[in-house]
Design a protein. Structure first.
Length: 364
């Protein structure tokens, strides 16, 4: 339309104002047409949008409805299947739990029964073992006490027999020794007498020569050595004083030795008197033979342990019977050092401690 009126506008037939008004009128009409077309297009698009929206909503509603129905049906089927599976699982678990419970109860009952049997057998074994140990220890203690009594009785018998054999050997030794000693003394006495005669003869000759020499020396000193008489006197005085000092020292040493020996003798006599008094008090009720046997047994015992040793040996001495050994008693050969009291004390203490320990372990 603009192209149709454009030649008119370009021509000189109309003035500028008219061109301006025509252009403005044209623009206004064109704008109105545009607005109308826009309004129509908007309305048409709005109607189409509403229609498409309605169609889309209906399609979506239909699609969603169909999809939801299918999903709901599937969910319902799965739910029913899940409920059925749950029921089956519950029944199966109940059945399995019942079987497991029965199995556990059966096995537990068997294990408890076996445990009770084992405990009963263990208790019976412990009782048997305890009874065996008690009887064995009691038997060992009795045998030990019997062996101890047998040892004491054997010692008493050996001391009695040893005393008799010692008396016999002593008589034989004295007779044989006196015979051999008389022979040896006779032989040596003859030799010594002949030697003594020769020594006497030699001593007489020496004594005669010494007298001659002393007489000559005295005469020579009196005639030729008078100027040294004072010196000799002083020497004699000094020598005499030295002799007196030596004699005094020797006398003091002898006196000290004598005092020590007297003190030792007094102590020995006192201890001997105490031991003799204790021995007399202990041995007074016994007869002569048993007193001699007991005295030999107590000879090596310390004075402080005389009473205990007397009480230990008294039953065996009073019974006065030989030991018939039921067992072989072996004696160990050891070096004799003379310390009999200490060894007997140690053996007695060890025996008593062993007996006490065995009785305590046996429950006696």
């Amino acid at each position: 339309m603009l192209d149709a009126i454009k030649p008119l506008l370009d021509s000189d037939l109309i003035n500028e104002d008219a061109k301006q008004e025509i252009s403005e009128a044209w623009e206004s009409k064109l704008n109105e047409a545009r607005e109308q077309v826009r309004a129509e297009l908007r309305e048409e698009f709005a109607q189409r949008y509403e229609h498409d929206k309605q169609v889309m909503v209906e399609a979506l509603d239909k699609m969603v409805s169909e999809g939801l129905v299918a999903e709901i049906e599937q969910v319902r089927a799965e739910k029913a299947q899940l409920a059925e599976d749950r029921v089956k699982f519950q029944s199966k678990m109940t059945e399995s739990a019942t079987k497991f419970n029965n199995f556990m109860v059966t096995k537990l009952a068997e294990e408890i029964g076996e445990l009770r049997k084992d405990r009963k057998a263990h208790n019976e074994g412990l009782e048997k073992l305890e009874g065996f140990i008690v009887h064995a220890l009691a038997r060992e203690i009795q045998e030990f006490a019997q062996d101890k009594r047998d040892v004491v009785e054997t010692k008493v018998r050996l001391v009695r027999e040893a005393r008799k054999q010692l008396e016999t050997l002593k008589g034989k030794f004295v007779a044989e020794s006196s015979r051999k000693m008389s022979q040896a003394v006779s032989q040596h006495l003859k030799a010594e007498l002949s030697q003594l005669k020769e020594d006497i003869q030699t001593a007489r000759e020496n004594n005669f020569g010494r007298r001659i020499f002393e007489a000559y020396a005295a005469e020579f000193g009196a005639t030729h050595l008078n100027e040294n008489a004072e010196v000799r006197k002083l020497h004699d005085v000094i020598a005499h004083k030295d002799e007196q000092l030596a004699e005094a020292t020797q006398t003091l040493t002898k006196a000290k030795t004598l005092v020590e020996s007297k003190e030792r003798e007094i102590r020995i006599i006192k201890e001997s008197n105490e031991r003799q008094s204790t021995m007399d008090d202990l041995l007074r009720p016994l007869n002569e033979e048993k007193r001699e046997v007991m005295r030999n047994l107590l000879e090596s015992v310390q004075t402080a342990r005389l009473k205990n040793a007397f009480e230990k040996y008294l039953p065996a001495v009073l019974e006065d019977r030989s030991v018939k050994a039921a067992k072989v008693i072996t004696e160990s050969v050891s070096e004799v050092t003379g310390d009999k009291s200490a060894r007997l004390q140690e053996e007695d203490t060890q025996d008593e401690s062993n007996v006490i320990d065995l009785k305590r372990l046996a429950g006696l």
